[in-house]
Design a protein. Structure first.
Length: 176
């Protein structure tokens, strides 16, 4: 019986993701527009899921959250320009919150006697990056496109590496 980890699809998916990541970097404006559409669609579908769940659970709170998500998703989908304009702001606020929490957490780590410098440095870098994104529209767009493109490329490289690792592993197990 063939091990499911040994099929060619890891390689195919990895090559597609690698190509997609490079395409994201090469076309930043189109990538932001696609990301805006994707975000609007995901929020809309999430809202539909909440509404459906609220009907089965008779929950007014889930219904309210679902209707709100559907409303926001529709706004994002029908006003892609607005969505593209606000994406870097959401991204910066997320980085700012994460960096601030990391700074606070680093002091907690230090208080219990563990090394905390890297955590503090990482948090400070996050806060500084968030302020750069919030003060420069171009920097925010670039940071967002580079981050998404880097993630997609890294995902592709890991998928390709998994294919070769699993292929080697499957060859070893089949010869035993």
């Amino acid at each position: 019986m063939q091990d499911k980890r040994c099929n060619i699809w890891h390689l195919v998916a990895g090559l597609i993701m690698l190509f997609l990541g490079i395409l994201i970097w090469a076309n930043p404006a189109e990538s932001l527009l696609a990301l805006a559409f994707y975000l609007g669609l995901v929020i809309f579908l999430l809202g539909c899921g909440y509404v459906t769940f609220s009907l089965s659970q008779y929950s007014g709170w889930y219904m309210i959250v679902g209707l709100f998500d559907i409303f926001i998703g529709l706004i994002f989908l029908t006003n892609l320009g607005l969505t593209v304009e606000t994406l870097p702001i959401f991204f910066a606020l997320w980085i700012l919150a994460s960096g601030s929490i990391q700074i606070a957490g680093s002091f907690e780590i230090g208080r219990i006697g563990m090394p905390w410098g890297w955590s503090l440095a990482s948090g400070i870098i996050g806060v500084v990056l968030a302020f750069f994104i919030l003060t420069s529209r171009q920097f925010g767009d670039l940071a967002l496109v580079l981050t998404v493109g880097s993630y997609v490329i890294a995902y592709g490289i890991i998928s390709i590496a998994e294919y070769f690792y699993f292929r080697h592993y499957c060859q070893l197990t089949q010869t035993k």
